[in-house]
Unconditional design. Structure first.
Length: 120
């Protein structure tokens, strides 16, 4: 399972460069955001279920200058989850989602099979 935290200084390496090798899901979240705290373990479980085919990178927007990244990606509410591939945003959703909704989101934007493994 690949779950890491990033910040404004490491975002390019952790997200953009990493997404050239495999898709990266970025969770823009805040400590004070109740839906963010609800979705965090669900995202982690989905990533774990995908057995390394996809990485999860968490960006706490209230730390340091991280809010600048939220502005750069036009994040309007939290949580916002953005899927990157080949250093480009390919899809996003906002708000708390169920595990099934997140799996359907990924299936819609990435080639998945019935065992939930991504085929890249």
């Amino acid at each position: 399972m690949s779950i890491t935290s990033t910040n404004i200084d490491t975002f390019d390496k952790d997200v953009l460069e990493a997404s050239r090798h495999s898709p990266v899901l970025v969770d823009f979240w805040a400590e004070w955001c109740a839906p963010c705290l609800v979705i965090a373990p669900i995202l982690e479980q989905v990533i774990n279920d995908l057995e390394g085919s996809l990485s999860l990178v968490k960006l706490e927007v209230d730390q340091g200058e991280n809010m600048k990244l939220a502005g750069q990606y036009k994040v309007r509410g939290f949580p916002t989850v953005i899927l990157f591939r080949e250093a480009e945003e390919i899809a996003r959703f906002s708000g708390a989602q169920s595990q099934q909704q997140i799996k359907e989101f990924l299936a819609q934007h990435l080639d998945t099979d019935s065992s939930h493994s991504l085929r890249i």
